[in-house]
Design a binder for this molecule. Structure first.
Ligand code: NAP
Length: 277
């Protein structure tokens, strides 16, 4: 990252704390084209709305035509239906987004994702493949398809919606956590490759968010703590990453504490995790 200013779009933020502006500086929204995957629900829908409010032109992806059309109408965006578990549809999504953007997509928000809960050896092989395709392979393929154009133009933002599960590991969500950890490491790696090109790479790390995610994975969230945060808070963190180029943003911010504890004192972390879950 260039410049080295300790700001996020001109200001430090509650969620990101001290962050650095990436090459290219804060992004003026006007005329910029953003592709948001998983925009038919939860965090993606909130992100599409937040970006639209800031003046970005939004391409929204989901699978259900009618739901997606409703979201697109609300954000004055363009709907593109695609099943991200199918490689060909992922390619077509990138092509269509480029068509809509007149040859460019400036911002890619890799948000679509699915979970699965249960003992890892009870997870059906087909479900493992689908989860890895949607949560890991599709974001990599979309990034692969859209980053070269961003690099050529000297400006771009790629934001991955990761998960605290991918930073800590979670029993009962091993494949999901592994996919998100892979995404994290992919992001870190390409951030290095793209240094100085004007393309910034961010990972937003949510904890528990109030969306249909848990019902969809077949296991509702029943813990009393931590309490789910509204999807809008994650969306705001995504927008801040887009505008400031921060490398990462935890939502809520205190989630950084267990991650740092695990890194510097893994024995202590595991003891605490075993005791308090
Ligand atoms: P959500 O409300 O269930 O939304 C998931 C989105 O992903 C939907 O738009 C869905 O589209 C899309 N999607 C799922 N499978 C797809 C497929 N095969 N092809 C194309 N699109 C697909 O969940 P959310 O909470 O907003 O999740 C968004 C992201 O946040 C995910 O990456 C998730 O892992 C991450 N996250 C969530 C939480 C949480 O507590 N909710 C915590 C940490 C991280 P359809 O409407 O077509 O199914």
């Amino acid at each position: 990252m260039s410049g080295g200013a300790e700001v996020d779009g001109g200001r430090a933020t509650a969620e990101t704390g001290r962050v650095r502006v990436a090459a290219g500086g804060p992004a003026p929204a006007k005329g910029r084209v953003a592709l948001v995957t998983g925009a038919s629900s939860g965090i993606g829908a909130a992100t599409a709305a937040a970006l639209a409010r800031r003046g970005y032109r939004v391409v929204v992806q989901g699978r259900d035509e009618r739901t997606l059309a409703e979201v697109a109408t609300k954000v004055a965006g363009v709907p593109v239906c695609a099943d991200l578990s199918r490689a060909r549809e992922v390619e077509r999504l990138a092509e269509r987004a480029l068509e809509v953007g007149g040859g460019r997509v400036d911002i890619l928000v890799n948000n679509a994702g699915v979970g699965w809960m249960g003992a890892f050896d009870a997870m059906p092989t087909e479900t493992v493949g689908q989860l890895l395709a949607v949560d890991l392979a599709a974001p990599i393929a979309l990034t692969r398809a859209l980053v070269p154009g961003m690099r050529e133009r000297g400006f771009g933002r790629v934001v991955f919606v990761g998960s605290i599960a991918g930073r800590l590991g979670v029993g009962g969500e091993a494949v999901y956590a592994g996919a998100k950890a892979g995404l994290d490491c992919f992001a870190e790696s390409i951030r290095g490759e793209l240094r100085g090109t004007g393309v910034a790479v961010s990972v937003v790390v949510p904890g528990v968010v109030a969306t249909p995610f848990f019902e969809r994975r077949g296991e509702p969230y029943t813990r009393r703590w931590p309490r789910p945060v509204p999807a809008g808070r994650v969306a705001d963190a995504v927008v801040r990453c887009v505008e400031g180029g921060a490398a990462e943003a935890y939502v809520p911010r205190w989630l950084r504490v267990p991650v740092v504890t695990r890194a510097v004192a893994p024995g202590v972390y595991r003891w605490l995790a075993g005791r308090f879950g």
